[in-house]
Ligand binder design. Structure first.
Ligand SMILES: [Zn+2]
Length: 326
């Protein structure tokens, strides 16, 4: 029986009314009414909120220490790491904290030299000899730009095999899934941002169902990217597109295959601040063998008193909550 999990990146929020509440999502509402709705602790208390924490947790690996985002991004964008070097994730930012454009970021990478690789948007991977952390700095000669370097961390272990298919745009989800050993598919027309080709992801998921994949994870980055740009309207639109162009065909494919469909964000991202948050997120499971239970909408307000499950709940269906909010 196939289990499909859709991860709308950063879809959850802590300030009411939330994007999940205000977006028009008839398919999500149908799945919530007919399935089991609860909450999932995607961000353990000892880890930072982010995709490098939440996506491995949803795929069954809760890390002891923060995960190296540099390793994840190197795997995501195919950056070769020479022996004796460590990859570090860095952002090209304006002095006011906003993201630099892709053009500015590519120029910044060239200015930093051959060990700075521009990957996408404002993102760089910096290769540094082991033990020598690259420093945050203001870029001389590039007016108003600075480099922020993410902390190093643990490397994700290879815990998955090809029975888990992960369909994602170019970005952290693909990087995490590659390091974990899953079968990773990045459709050519997937952007990792709003306006991505959701139909291509739905087609890839249907093909994986037909191939006999046991677990299929579809990651959608748009909600998080819109929230980082502090664009609440774009975040709602990204959720509405996900509903119509991805969840509708997946609901039909999963019903035909007699499997289960789950929806669970990997963390919170507040469109007012553009910042990640680490509380529990609303999640649902729907399909064969799952009776309707819990609230009938997938929103933070509806699930505010729902049990909080371990992160493997939506895929594995572990019955026991780790904590009750009763
Ligand atoms: Zn984010």
């Amino acid at each position: 029986m196939v289990a499909v999990l859709v991860i709308p990146d950063g879809a959850a929020e802590s300030v009411l009314p939330t994007s999940l509440e205000s977006a028009h999502t008839p398919v999500l509402d149908e799945l919530a009414a007919g399935g089991e709705v609860a909450r999932v602790a995607v961000t353990p208390a000892h880890l930072p909120a982010g995709s490098e924490t939440g996506i491995p947790a949803l795929l069954g690996h809760v890390a002891d220490e923060p995960i190296s985002r540099g390793r994840v991004d190197a795997a995501a964008y195919g950056v070769p790491v020479p022996a004796g070097f460590t990859p570090w994730r860095a952002d090209v930012l304006r002095l006011n904290g906003g993201r630099a454009t892709p053009q500015e970021s590519a120029i910044a990478a060239r200015a930093l030299g051959p060990h700075a690789i521009w990957t996408r948007g404002h993102r760089l991977v910096l290769l540094a000899p082991a033990g020598a952390a690259p420093a945050a700095r203001v870029l001389g000669g590039l007016d108003g730009l600075r480099i922020r370097v993410w902390p190093d961390g643990d490397v994700l272990p290879r815990t998955l095999g090809l029975a888990t298919a992960v369909i994602a745009g170019p970005g952290a989800a693909a990087g995490c899934a590659r390091l974990l050993g899953a079968d990773v598919l990045v459709p050519e027309t997937a952007s990792g941002d709003v306006g991505t080709d959701l139909a291509a992801k739905a087609r890839a998921a249907r093909a994986a169902i037909i191939r006999g994949a046991v677990r299929i994870v579809v990651h959608v980055g748009g909600p998080d990217e819109a929230a980082h740009r502090r664009d609440a309207h774009a975040k709602r639109s990204a959720l509405e597109a996900l509903d119509a162009e991805l969840l509708a065909p997946l609901r039909d494919a999963v019903r035909n295959a007699g499997g289960t469909l789950a929806v669970c964000p990997d963390h919170l991202t507040d469109p007012a601040t553009g910042a990640h948050g680490g509380g529990p997120v609303p999640a649902l499971r729907w399909g064969t063998g799952i009776a309707a239970a819990g609230p009938d909408r997938l929103t933070e307000r509806a699930t505010s008193a729902s049990p909080v499950h371990a992160p493997d709940w939506p895929l594995a269906g572990a019955p026991a909550p780790v904590e009750s909010n009763a």
